[in-house]
Design a protein around this ligand. Structure first.
Ligand code: ADE
Length: 255
């Protein structure tokens, strides 16, 4: 996958996106991350990239000319590039959108600054407007990195075997079960006995039930969503329902 990022701060990407799993995927050539400085396209003699908003008011708007030229140059050899503008006004990002975007060959991420960009650039070029949540950041760079990280880990070969995720079952829509490592007794707090048993069937069952318990407790909305998903079979849903009932029974018996 090829990801072009239009930004005023390209250095932000090379440090953070050069480490760990994403850095390794870049080195392996599975993903290409190209931060492009919008300022390099400015034809203004002072390299300016912002201008005053029509109608007055506070704040500045990113100038059309450098953005237009940058977008034209990126897309000239590539038809059908998806162009995502990061903005608090966009559709709220989630795992489903990450999955859709992970199937793209070319992705352009446009990071706004100041008050944003001219509406006509959005109308002409942008295919998706995405927000990473209901809060306002100073620019689109951190949201772009959130997208890249979450998309990259879904691309085959990016995660190692031990890091890989389970998809296409209800496990992918549940919160994670708790993890433990050595020592088995940490300041008097013991690891659940079952995890030391070596019985993998029972361990898997315990983990699934813990996932269900935590999801019911913290995000009951996610449980409801699982039953609406059409990539989960009826058989899986029946199994899930049975496990939910068992978890509820156990927690009721503890009260
Ligand atoms: N730019 C500023 N805030 C943002 C947000 N919450 N999501 C996406 N882009 C943004």
């Amino acid at each position: 996958m090829n990801i072009d990022i239009l930004t005023l701060f390209p250095e932000m990407f090379n440090s953070i996106m050069g480490e760990s799993i994403i850095g390794r995927a870049r080195n392996k050539g599975i993903i290409k991350i190209n931060p492009i400085n919008i300022r390099d396209f400015s034809k203004n003699k002072h390299n300016r990239v912002d201008d005053y908003p029509y109608g007055g008011g506070s704040g500045m708007v990113l100038m059309n000319q450098p953005l237009f030229d940058a977008l034209k140059s990126i897309t000239q050899n590539r038809k059908n590039s998806r162009i995502v503008y990061l903005t608090p006004k966009g559709k709220t990002y989630n795992q489903k959108i990450a999955k859709v975007l992970s199937n793209e060959e070319n992705l352009v991420l446009l990071c706004g600054h100041y008050e944003g960009i001219d509406q006509r650039i959005i109308d002409e070029w942008v295919t998706d407007e995405i927000s990473i949540g209901d809060y306002v950041l100073t620019g689109g760079e951190l949201p772009a990195m959130v997208l890249i990280d979450s998309i990259a880990r879904l691309i085959p070969g990016v995660l190692g075997k031990s890091e890989s995720f389970i998809d296409e079952s209800f496990y992918s829509g549940l919160l994670e079960y708790p993890h433990y490592t050595r020592p088995s007794n940490y300041k008097g707090r013991k690891v659940p006995e079952i995890l030391l048993s070596g019985n993998h069937k029972l361990i898997d069952e315990w983990r699934t039930k813990e996932s269900i318990r935590i999801t019911i407790e913290r995000r009951p909305d996610l449980i409801a969503k699982l039953f609406k998903r059409d990539d989960i079979s009826m058989k899986e849903k029946v199994k899930l329902k049975k496990m939910i009932n068992e978890v509820i029974k156990i927690s009721n018996s503890k009260v």
